[in-house]
Design a binder for this molecule. Structure first.
Ligand code: NDP
Length: 487
């Protein structure tokens, strides 16, 4: 952009400041919002959306359709919690649709309208000067004119003794992923909301007995959800009981200690698995020092807008909504946030002419993620088929990295492309093996794998490391890299 252009925009900005009280999300334009600050900057993004669930994808659609270059930083769990959901009966216009299908459709719509997807995650945001700086896990520094935080919420933990010890060995928060490990076993579901009902129903296809443990004398779940439970004889509900400890035999869960709030008594209850469905916490730790949140960590927004208390930064979905928390309401607030961001740019001198002038300075990423992972692996990854094949691979020695996954585990599928790229990077130093747990149960049993995703590392025939949980791109790369580099 030439100096003349900037002078023009400064004049426009002055006019906007004068008229600012008449319209706009915010009436006053902070002195720091000076389009001249963009001179010499690279990696500029007019609208950056952090998070790619329904709120983020709808915000992006409205940003792009509002004529602004819009980028989504997808995060470590693209698609968010809907990816762990099976049947959804209350998505607008659909009698029944799966969570992943909703995301697939929203993503396709956003891409169609020119949204750029960035395969990265945000580490921190610096709001000390404008444009705001976004630092990503892959080491990028991005300059954002507006930001929409749509990072959703994560499943809550009980924080009782035994939970951490047996996480992945009978304790989990994802029935969609782990229910097949509990065939003909007795399990408990902790919680009294819609998620607890959903988890119990998913488990009913596998477990022999499911007990929902509710800490109050009634469930919070919607009446229609509670009604659905009546069709499942295997499912029973116990009220007024709280899990105070999870016990095991060092290998896996064997029971829980319950405190009965009605009687005050404590009792032991035998169980093979503990499924947590006790709500969610907003994913705001990465912005907690820069964007005001309430005492529970939810981002505060102003009135009937999605504006946060930091000018030019907006929030949408579960990260700011502790009241409704529906996929539909998240999408709706995403629409509002997209409109707010477009309006904010319009109000602050980001005209079509300005957009054309800074085009060469825009972030150049046009790369879009591959379609939702379908469990495919890249060349160089061995897809294990038999126990004999496993024995042969281990006998050969060297370093072997194994990734256990299942068709029903969305998080596992998200890790597969990263695993494949590591396989290519370290092709000459290790063997990379993927194991579909439904295809090779003998190997799963032999290696005591009770939860997916699960990573095992062998060196010279010995099992030297085991990790049972979702890993983001950076964690998986660091985990695998440490063994290969040290070998
Ligand atoms: P909720 O916050 O609605 O419910 C959490 C449940 O966990 C409550 O019953 C709560 O008990 C209980 N709980 C919290 N902490 C503990 C603890 N330490 N020990 C024992 N119990 C505990 O969360 P959900 O995840 O169920 O639902 C979140 C949102 O998602 C809701 O709006 C829900 O409607 C929606 N949803 C919709 C679905 C659908 O339509 N298909 C499916 C799943 C979720 P208490 O009541 O005592 O506080």
């Amino acid at each position: 952009m030439t100096k003349r252009d900037y002078r023009f925009f400064m004049l426009s900005l002055g006019l906007i400041i004068t008229l600012g009280g008449c319209f706009g999300v915010r009436s006053a334009v902070p002195a720091s919002f000076d389009m001249a600050n963009l001179a010499g900057k690279a990696n500029i993004m007019p609208i950056v959306i952090v998070g790619s669930g329904p709120a983020g994808l709808m915000a992006a659609l409205y940003g792009a359709r509002g004529g602004k270059n819009t980028f989504i930083i997808e995060g470590n769990k693209p698609g968010g919690l809907l990816m762990d959901t099976t049947e959804v009966e209350n998505w607008p216009g659909e009698t029944m649709i799966t969570g992943p299908r909703i995301i697939e459709k929203l993503r396709a719509q956003a891409l169609h309208h020119g949204v750029t997807m960035i395969d990265d995650a945000v580490e921190r945001i610096d709001t000390a000067s404008w444009p705001y700086k976004i630092f990503t896990e892959n080491g990028q520094i991005l300059h954002a004119l507006t930001i929409i935080i749509a990072t959703g919420a994560s499943p809550r933990r009980l924080y009782v003794p035994g939970e951490e010890r047996y996480w992945g060995f009978g304790v989990t928060s994802c029935a969609v992923c782990d229910a097949p490990f509990f065939k003909e076993q007795e399990v408990v579901v902790v919680g009294g909301g819609d998620s607890a009902v959903e988890e119990a129903i998913q488990l009913a296809a596998f477990a022999s007995k499911i007990t929902i443990l509710v800490r109050k004398e009634s469930m919070r779940a919607a009446a229609s959800m509670q009604e659905r439970l009546k069709a499942y004889e295997k499912v029973s509900i116990r009220y007024n009981v709280e899990v105070v400890e999870i016990m095991g035999n060092d290998t896996k869960v064997t029971g829980v200690t319950l405190k009965n709030h009605a009687t005050g008594a404590t009792e032991l209850m035998a169980t093979d698995g503990v499924f947590l469905a006790i709500g969610h916490d907003p994913n705001t730790s990465f912005i907690k020092d820069v964007i005001p949140t309430d005492s529970a960590g939810y981002i505060k927004v102003e009135g009937r807008t999605q504006a946060t208390l930091v000018a030019g930064i907006f929030a949408a979905g579960d990260v700011e909504d502790h009241r409704y928390r529906q996929a539909g309401t998240a999408a709706g607030s995403g629409i509002n946030a997209g409109l707010d961001a477009v309006r904010f740019l319009d109000d602050h001198g980001y005209t079509p002419m300005m957009a054309a002038a800074i085009k060469p300075q825009l972030h150049g990423a046009t790369r879009s993620l591959p379609a939702l992972a379908k469990g495919t692996t890249a060349d160089g990854v061995i897809e294990l088929e038999t126990l004999d094949q496993f024995n042969d691979i281990i006998k050969k020695g060297g370093t072997v990295v194994m990734d256990f996954w299942s068709e029903t585990c969305p998080s596992c599928k998200q890790m597969l492309p990263v695993f494949a790229s590591l396989a290519q990077e370290y092709a000459d130093r290790a063997l990379f093996v993927t194991v579909d747990i439904d295809q090779v149960p003998a190997v799963v049993e032999k290696l005591f794998v009770h939860k997916v995703p699960c990573l095992l590392v062998f060196q010279e025939g010995d099992l030297i490391a085991r990790y049972t949980n979702v890993m983001n791109r950076k964690e998986l790369s660091a985990f695998v890299g440490q063994f290969i580099k040290s070998h």
